[in-house]
Structures are given as structure tokens and as C-alpha cells.
Design a protein around this ligand. Structure first.
Ligand SMILES: C=CC1=C(C)c2cc3[nH]c(cc4nc(cc5[nH]c(cc1n2)c(C)c5CCC(=O)O)C(CCC(=O)O)=C4C)c(C)c3C=C
Ligand code: FE2
Length: 390
């Protein structure tokens, strides 16, 4: 893939300016793919580590870091052709494609901190298996994992290529446990982005933590220096939930009921107490008959920081479809929910508990779940998670 030439500032004014090279910086204080603008496509994989040799795991993290850095620049991980007798280092399907704002984010699951790699004493208190929630119908083979890779890009083939190549580099060290493709981001992480829609047709991501709001990020998303495990300072915790939607029953529901389920209008995305999308919902407003205008079990009431002791999470999910469920003949589609927070116990967990009585539950099913510690960004010369192993 081409890397895109940087502008020099010396181009003749008669020439059209070259487009910005769609590259997101790989190294930095925080990993890219969390607070950076959400791209349109997702490829997400969880892996089991199949070796018990710590040195092999470190070696893979070093090779993964170098490969990820190259791919985010729009370069292949190695040669695609050239030596007739050798197996290509890169699989080739991103050849000729731009970097497409590719970000690759790594996370470590709770299982990595068992007795295999000498990491038991380095597990942060915040990294624990999530509790069971009301209505969970989790499928173990598509849940959990020792490691996760979240690849996001504006081109689905670029995101797929990134995960595929990291997976093949891991042969003998890791085995892919589950894999999910996503399309149509269901969140905005900057004020400049238009709010997208989820598969139920509603604007999703209106009241999200913004990637340019340093105060919210420091308070709710980044792990601070006061953490019990210094290697996680500047990192964040990722929670993933594959949530299937009962699209066929939703599509038979009246629009008034659909809007009551969320507490927002469908087309504008305004709270039922306002007119415009970004009007602040008035959770106290009552109708003439004394009932709340935003119903007691509306999604935005139960998910709101006002109903959860001020909890905010950064949502970064995607729509998915995996075809047709052969048992029911219904669409297997929904939301691959991803959120980031400084501690799941004070982020996702209380919000999801509060959503136990959500009117939306009639139309959704949680099928898979994961929790991962995403270390801080790799500094120059560092590999992913180096501070955990040193
Ligand atoms: C536990 C966290 C959440 C889960 C799981 C979840 C699932 C889920 N959400 C939608 C659609 C919408 N969610 C909206 C707002 C919203 N959702 C959460 C959390 C979870 N959602 C939060 C924290 C918020 C913001 C609440 C607020 O501050 O007002 C909205 C409204 C628009 C918006 O603000 O984004 C929609 C629409 C679906 C379809 C879904 C599961 C399939
Ligand atoms: Fe939501």
C-alpha cells in the first residue's frame, strides 16, 4: 500500500493540494483507536495464548508492534513477492490500498495473568471477569480471550488485513478464539463527526465522551498514575459485548413505542423533552397526567450519568451482521458494543446493571462479552505492553 506523500508546503498554488495522507499516529502517550476519531469499519479478534513460554509471548509482542506500526503507515508487514521459494511475509490483500486511518489497539485479558507467564502479581485490580448480568445469554466460545486486537479503518479490507496478518504471525504462540467484523460506526468520538445511526434506525453516540475533551478523558477513560499497577498508567479498559437485535420484531413496532424505548425521536434524535439532537434531556419533566416525558424505563434515562452517579464511558461500537440464523430464519445482526473506561467496576458494570430494566431489553440479547486491559501507547522503541514485562 502507498504511504501517501507528506505535503512540503512548497507546492505551486496552481496545483490542487494533495489529500491529507489518512494516517493515524501509532506511537504516543495513549494507544490510537480509543480517543482518536472512530473510523467506519472494524475487525476485532480475541486470542488464546497457546504457549507457556514467556519469552515467546514477548517475542510475539515485539513482532506484532513492529508489524502494526508498519500497517498503520499503509505499508505491508514484509515482502509480498520476490523470493520464489519463500512464503510471503505479507498476505498481500492491502497492496495498493491507502492506510485508511487504520488504528490497531491491543488489550490483555484477565487470563493472561494466571500462572503461565509470571504475571500473576501484575494483574491490576480493575482487570477482573465481568459479573453476570440479568438477561445475559453469553456463548463461551465467542467470549473472553487472553489478548484482543481491535483494528479500525475506513476500508474494511485494510482492517481485515491487519488482523489476518497479526494472526498468522502468532501461529505457535496464539490461536484466534473469536473474530468479529463491524460496519457503520455507532458512535462519534469527536465533535466534528456527524452522529451515525444503529441498525434500529436511531442516532447513536449523541452523548458520548468526546476524544477532544481532555477533562472527561482523564476523569473517565485513561487510567491515572494512582493505579495499583504502574504499567497501566495512561491505558484504558475495553469492554466488548456482542448484542443481537430482534430486528424483525422491532420493525413491527409502532414509531411511538420505538421512540419511548430510547426516550428520543427517531429522525432528529432529539430527547422527548426537546426539539434538537443536542438539547439536554430533562429527566424530571412530567406530562399533564403526571407521567415522565422520558419514560421511566427509557434507554437514555437508565444509561444517563445522572442515573448512574455521574458515570461516563467512551462508546466506540459498530453494527454487525453475520447472515441469517439457520434455526429461526431471522437476521443475525446487531451492535458490537465497545466501550473504554478507567475501571469497568465504576464504568460499564454499574451502567449495565442499571440497564437491567431497560425497555430496549425486549429487543436485544447479549451474546458475547470480553474485558481487556489496553496498555498505554508504546513510546519510541518500545513494544506493546513492554512496561508489563519489565
Ligand atoms: C452498558 C452500556 C450500554 C449498552 C450495553 C448499550 C446498548 C445499546 N445502546 C443502544 C442505542 C443507544 N444508546 C444511546 C445512549 C447511551 N447508551 C449508553 C450505554 C449503553 N448502551 C450510554 C451511556 C448512553 C448515553 C446516555 C446519555 O448520556 O444520555 C442512544 C441515544 C443516543 C446517544 O446518546 O448515543 C441510543 C440510540 C443500542 C441499540 C444498544 C444495544 C443494542
Ligand atoms: Fe446505548
Amino acid at each position: 500500500a502507498g504511504t501517501g506523500a507528506a505535503l512540503t508546503g512548497c507546492e505551486s498554488s496552481s496545483k490542487a493540494a494533495a489529500p491529507a495522507p489518512a494516517v493515524v499516529q501509532f506511537r504516543g502517550a495513549h494507544q490510537a483507536g480509543i480517543a482518536t476519531p472512530a473510523q467506519d469499519r472494524l475487525a476485532f479478534a480475541a486470542f488464546d495464548v497457546t504457549t507457556t513460554r514467556r519469552a515467546d509471548l514477548i517475542d510475539l509482542l515485539q513482532r506484532w508492534t513492529a508489524a502494526a506500526e508498519k500497517m498503520t503507515r499503509g505499508e505491508p508487514v514484509g515482502s509480498v513477492e520476490g523470493i520464489e521459494e519463500s512464503v510471503p511475509a505479507d498476505t498481500g490483500e492491502a497492496t495498493g490500498l491507502a492506510a485508511a486511518n487504520l488504528t490497531i489497539t491491543i488489550g490483555f485479558g484477565p487470563g493472561l495473568f494466571d500462572d503461565r507467564f509470571g504475571l500473576a502479581g501484575r494483574r491490576p485490580e480493575a482487570l477482573r471477569e465481568l459479573p453476570a448480568f440479568k438477561g445475559d445469554e453469553l456463548v463461551p466460545p465467542i467470549s473472553g480471550g487472553d489478548l484482543c486486537i481491535q483494528a479500525c479503518a475506513d476500508d474494511p479490507q485494510v482492517a481485515f488485513h491487519a488482523v489476518r496478518n497479526l494472526n498468522r504471525m502468532g501461529f505457535g504462540v496464539t490461536a484466534m478464539r473469536w473474530f468479529q467484523l463491524g460496519f457503520g460506526r455507532t458512535s462519534s468520538t469527536t465533535t466534528s463527526q456527524q452522529t451515525p445511526r444503529n441498525l434500529l434506525g436511531f442516532k447513536d453516540g449523541t452523548k458520548n465522551v468526546n476524544g477532544d475533551d481532555a477533562r472527561d478523558l482523564n476523569e473517565h477513560v485513561w487510567v491515572g498514575s494512582d493505579t495499583d499497577q504502574a504499567w497501566m498508567s495512561g491505558g484504558s479498559y475495553l469492554v466488548s459485548r456482542k448484542i443481537r437485535m430482534g430486528i424483525e420484531s422491532w420493525d413491527r413496532d409502532r414509531i411511538g413505542d420505538q421512540e419511548a424505548v430510547f426516550g428520543r425521536t427517531k429522525v432528529e434524535g432529539a430527547p422527548l423533552t426537546g426539539k434538537r439532537e443536542h438539547d439536554v434531556p430533562d429527566l424530571a419533566a412530567k406530562a399533564a397526567d403526571g407521567t415522565p416525558v422520558i419514560p421511566a424505563h427509557a434507554h437514555i434515562r437508565l444509561a444517563s450519568p445522572d442515573s448512574n452517579g455521574g458515570v461516563k464511558i467512551l462508546r466506540r461500537g459498530y453494527s454487525f451482521t453475520d447472515g441469517v440464523d439457520p434455526l429461526t430464519g431471522q437476521l443475525d445482526a446487531g451492535l458490537f458494543f465497545i466501550c473504554f473506561q478507567s475501571d469497568p467496576a465504576t464504568g460499564f458494570v454499574p451502567v449495565q446493571r442499571n440497564l437491567g430494566t431497560d425497555a430496549l431489553n425486549e429487543y436485544i440479547k447479549h451474546m458475547s462479552s470480553g474485558v481487556f486491559a489496553c496498555p498505554p501507547g508504546a513510546a519510541a522503541g518500545e513494544y506493546w505492553g513492554q512496561r508489563l514485562f519489565s
